[in-house]
Write a protein that binds this ligand. Sequence first.
Ligand SMILES: Nc1ncnc2c1ncn2[C@@H]1O[C@H](COP(=O)(O)OP(=O)(O)OP(=O)(O)O)[C@@H](O)[C@H]1O
Ligand SMILES: [Mg+2]
Length: 452
Amino acid sequence: MSETDEVVRAQETADGEVLVVVDAVTKTFATLDGELPVLEGVSLDICAGEVVALLGKSGSGKSTLLRCIAGLLSPSTGTVTYRGEPLVGPNPGTAMVFQSFALLPWLTVLQNVELGLEAKGVERTVRRERAERAIDLIGLDGFESAYPKELSGGMRQRVGFARALVVEPEVLLMDEPFSALDVLTAENLRGELMELWESAEFPIKAIVLVTHNIEEAVLLADRVIILGSKPGRVRLELEIPLPRPRDRNTPAFQALIDHIYAVMTGRPVDESSGAAVAVPETPGSHPLPHASVDALSGLAEILEGLGATSIAETADELGFEVDDLLPLVDALEMLGFAEIDSGRLHLTDAGLTFAGADIQASKRIFARAVLDRAPLVRAIVAGLDRATDGSLRAGFFRDVLRRSFSEIEAERQLDTAIDWGRYAEQYAFDADHQEFVVDPDRTSVLGKEAIS
Ligand SMILES: Nc1ncnc2c1ncn2[C@@H]1O[C@H](COP(=O)(O)OP(=O)(O)OP(=O)(O)O)[C@@H](O)[C@H]1O
Ligand SMILES: [Mg+2]
């Protein structure tokens, strides 16, 4: 950013001015199975001049919080204010960019962009002029008369951006705006957005970005707010003091990633005392990470070779995105095979034995670990123990899981439990009949002492 740009931004936006205040917001959804608490006591401010990232795992309530800020949802308790005024209905100072673009296929680019202004009753010529300005700004000129289906994903999301910018909001809200794009397109759009943000002509005063991608948060945000799950609470707020444009390959960048990883993968922490709190061990409160046995065994073997390492280094070494490793690291931690100490990931004694074992021994160790530490696998085994004919309908678990998870997440939980339980030779799964069936080798895997 040039010196003149800096002066203009400071004059126009009065950096630091509080725009949005979220105060003690709780959100509970009424579902068929009762109340689902999603957010609990969330408080935060959004100030002029800053990019804030809301980071959290799937289901932690990020989109819910963003919709509360946008005034599209009202909190169960607590308030959201914009420039001191409590919201009643949509927040007049915000506009939203969605992951799915949400374009109307029968309208051209220009018409899609104008749509928000039409709803506001803006006069036709002004509408056109402002839409053209937004289209220009975001690099869509030349595409005005194209229909969404003629555009690439990146161009479609530019329309999504233009449609939000055209209403000239003070605060731009973005819900995973890059996650439906391929890696290079996403990287390109991120870069362009940041260039705009740094430039004087960009009318937006603050950005709130929802993401589950740690690198993206550290790359773009001035402040990262990490939401813990079930219910979503602010687990950590972290300033990102790095100059822009940011370089992923600096030690400072990697250290921030590792720190955030440690917070996200660590056990739930009681904020007041800093002590770990006991987690009730039910399948609903203790979801299985989305990790196949093959993948987590592979990572264990790699870690055996690497020794204690940071997650960023491990990802780098393997040529992965750090975020791809998160569920695998979660799984190793859940099973007691790995630990994270101040950002360093290492195998435990059990993990070392598991990584070095031959296939039969590895199955035995894995079986013990899942029965001790994976509540859903344990629940399926316990259910089968009580089933008179040695089989159990998956629908039963599906129903129970839907009390705590979305339909898609419930299905993923079952898929993971099927994979883990099969490898541990606890049960088989009959996909045609959607039934769990006792594995005949169950006792021999563990030895008779373990099943009691
Ligand atoms: N309208 C609703 N009614 C009932 N439950 C809901 C509703 N909206 C969201 N939920 C539930 O609230 C929880 C949090 O959802 P939310 O979409 O806010 O999470 P998220 O952090 O954005 O997740 P993701 O990363 O998957 O987008 C989920 O369990 C979801 O199923
Ligand atoms: Mg979401």
